[in-house]
Design a protein around this ligand. Structure first.
Ligand code: SF4
Length: 292
């Protein structure tokens, strides 16, 4: 019988549970239209569920319909947060903001503002196009500064650091800690002063640690989560360092040949993955190997 081992920490994080509760509560009030700026979480099935409850999705505040005189509507800011100018644009169109920015995402916002205000050259580790990084860059811009974004130490050369630079370092909340640690020591070799804040969230730490512990014990790892989810993709990267790893968004993507000759399967899931999806994957694996 195939053994299915689940990572000690996997699935919904605090910030995702919080934003889903906020969305459900706002929609349950049935008190005017509720818009969400961007995909609520990186899980298409959950997004579809919330959309069926009545949430309207937009990509930019300019898409908000003009409110009639005395009209009222709300815009939910997702856990990734947004730049201050985006909030201003929403308010300028007469909408109220329901701010679901994860409290752990506001930590890099604060450190980024402090570092540029204190005169440090800010370098952020993460993915420039990720909405969380866009939000941090907006905070930096609001504080009158600028920042460079790198995803790994191989990009440090582009920064043209000088020994006299005072460098401030923070990270996207979902970046792998070893990469951030590498960045800190590499920058420290080039400049005289580095001030670094570990802004990787505890949920990311726990999930990454758990998959590092699990992956060497199994023949294959299945990571469940949105294909666009940054934290899920990091879990896949980590597991792949130890064993075969496949990334699926839902159980129907699993292939029988992945489990041929396999005795132990490890399961992990990104922070936007509901428990239901994890259970379906476990059940489907047993079906594919003829055990249910
Ligand atoms: S991964 Fe961390 S920072 Fe992101 S929403 Fe979840 S708890 Fe918040």
């Amino acid at each position: 019988m195939i053994e299915i081992l689940r990572a000690k920490s996997a699935g919904f994080c605090f910030g995702v549970e919080r934003i889903l509760e906020m969305a459900e509560e706002l929609l349950a009030e049935k008190n005017g239209p509720v818009y969400c700026l961007g995909e609520l979480i990186h899980n298409p099935q959950e997004v579809e569920r919330i959309q069926k409850m009545g949430m309207k999705f937009i990509q930019d505040p300019s898409e908000l319909p003009k409110l009639d005189h005395g009209g009222w509507g709300r815009v939910l800011i997702r856990a990734h947060g947004v730049a201050p100018r985006v909030k201003e644009a929403i308010k300028a169109r007469g909408y109220e903001i329901a701010d679901g920015t994860c409290p752990l995402v506001t930590i890099p916002h604060r450190f980024a503002r402090d570092l540029v205000t204190d005169g440090y050259r800010l370098v952020i580790m993460g993915h420039r196009e990720h909405p969380e990084i866009q939000g941090i860059l907006g905070e930096v811009e609001g504080a009158g500064g600028r920042a460079d974004v790198v995803s790994g130490i191989e990009e440090i050369g582009q920064l043209s650091l000088k020994a006299s630079d005072r460098v401030g370092l923070i990270s996207q909340t979902t970046h792998p800690y070893p990469k951030f640690a590498e960045l800190i020591s590499s920058v420290l070799e080039k400049v005289l002063e580095v001030r670094a804040y570990n802004t990787i969230c505890y949920a990311t730490f726990e999930r990454q640690d758990a998959i590092r512990e699990l992956a060497p014990q199994v023949d294959v790892v299945i990571v469940v989560g949105g294909h666009q989810s940054s934290n899920t993709n990091r879990l896949v990267e980590i597991a792949s360092e130890y064993t075969s790893c496949y990334h699926v968004e839902e159980a129907s993507e699993l292939m029988a040949e992945w489990f041929q000759g396999v005795r132990r399967v490890g399961i992990s899931a990104g922070a936007s993955t509901p428990e239901r999806a994890i259970r379906e994957v476990c059940h489907r694996i047993r079906t594919l190997v003829g055990e249910s």
